[in-house]
Design a protein around this ligand. Structure first.
Ligand code: SAH
Length: 283
């Protein structure tokens, strides 16, 4: 496969001494942006996180690859140390590519790193990526918004800096105001999150989708309900990283599970919400 660039387009030049903060998408290298590929091809050094699929580094064979995540039980480097390392490498005149899973500004601490860089007078460029809470769900056949389901969506982090469920979250407001709730980093505290939502009035029968290692070859999808989520996650032995989606949008997977359909399965239900009878009749 060859992707030609139209002659009308020029790509930004990665100048020495710059740091480009770039999203790598949720896993599938096909979900890298063209700007990400352009950056990977020019970088001298790539500093990447645990959520970045290593095969994405194959797009930057010329670069030094530095791992900045938690591995083998070793504690992760401190955020401040990573930021200062970026500053140091840029001052050495390197083209520094800081590669993060998903989108760098969605629960990725990209804002903090970028702030430190600017405070140290390092020039930066930001390259957004496809966030797991949107693209990862799409790979499971779950549309994060759907006209018959929701007019808003709330992205929530399942834990805060101290590792607990964020105390600042107003679960009552989220529960009332958002038909679809997408939770990042929610596996550890799923029981607490469930309790908050049930207490705030969400029904135990509400559909929930859990997508682990979304968009990779190891993607797993669990369809469950709010009431049974904890037991079902344990029974399926699911482990992070996982995106948890709560709401009726998950039902759309019955008709939109395109990966299963590509493998030959029939859609389970052409009208899972019971809202498109005219379309179904003509299908
Ligand atoms: N910046 C990232 C999110 C970082 S927070 C983004 O925009 O996607 C880390 C959390 O993201 C994980 O705990 C998990 O909830 C989610 N996540 C990231 N990649 C994922 C993947 N491939 N599959 C499922 N969840 C993922």
């Amino acid at each position: 496969m060859k992707l030609n660039t139209p002659s009308s387009h020029t790509w930004p030049t990665f100048d020495p001494g710059w740091v480009w903060l770039c999203g790598a998408g949720p896993g599938d290298p096909g979900l890298l942006t063209l700007h990400a590929v352009n950056a990977l091809r020019q970088a001298d050094v790539v500093i990447y996180d645990a959520l970045v699929q290593e095969k994405i580094l194959d797009w930057a064979p010329q670069a030094e690859h530095i791992y900045a995540g938690k591995r083998g039980g070793k504690p992760s480097p401190l955020q401040r140390d990573i930021s200062l390392r970026l500053v140091q490498l840029a001052r050495e005149g390197k083209r520094v590519l800081r590669l993060k899973g998903g989108d760098p500004f969605v629960f990725g601490r990209g804002g903090e790193e970028a702030q430190t860089l600017v405070q140290n007078q390092i020039p930066i460029r930001i390259i957004p990526g496809i966030s797991a809470g949107i693209g990862g769900l799409a790979y499971a056949g779950i549309p994060v918004t759907h006209r018959d389901v929701n007019q808003s969506v709330t992205f929530v982090t399942g834990h805060d800096q101290s590792g607990n469920t964020p105390s600042s979250l107003d679960w009552d407001a989220i529960s009332r105001g958002s038909q679809v709730i997408v939770i990042y980093m929610g596996m550890k505290h799923i029981a607490q999150i469930r309790d908050h939502l049930l207490a705030a009035g969400r029904p135990a029968s509400e559909t929930v989708g859990v997508v682990t290692t979304a968009t990779t070859d190891d993607q797993q999808v669990l369809e469950t309900t709010l009431g049974t989520i904890e037991a079902d996650i344990a029974a399926a032995r699911l482990t992070p990283p996982a995106i948890i989606c709560i709401g009726q949008a998950v039902k759309m997977r019955q008709v939109l599970d395109w990966q299963s359909m590509a493998a030959g399965a029939a859609p389970r239900n052409l009208d899972p919400l019971g809202t498109s009878s005219d379309d179904a009749a003509t299908a």
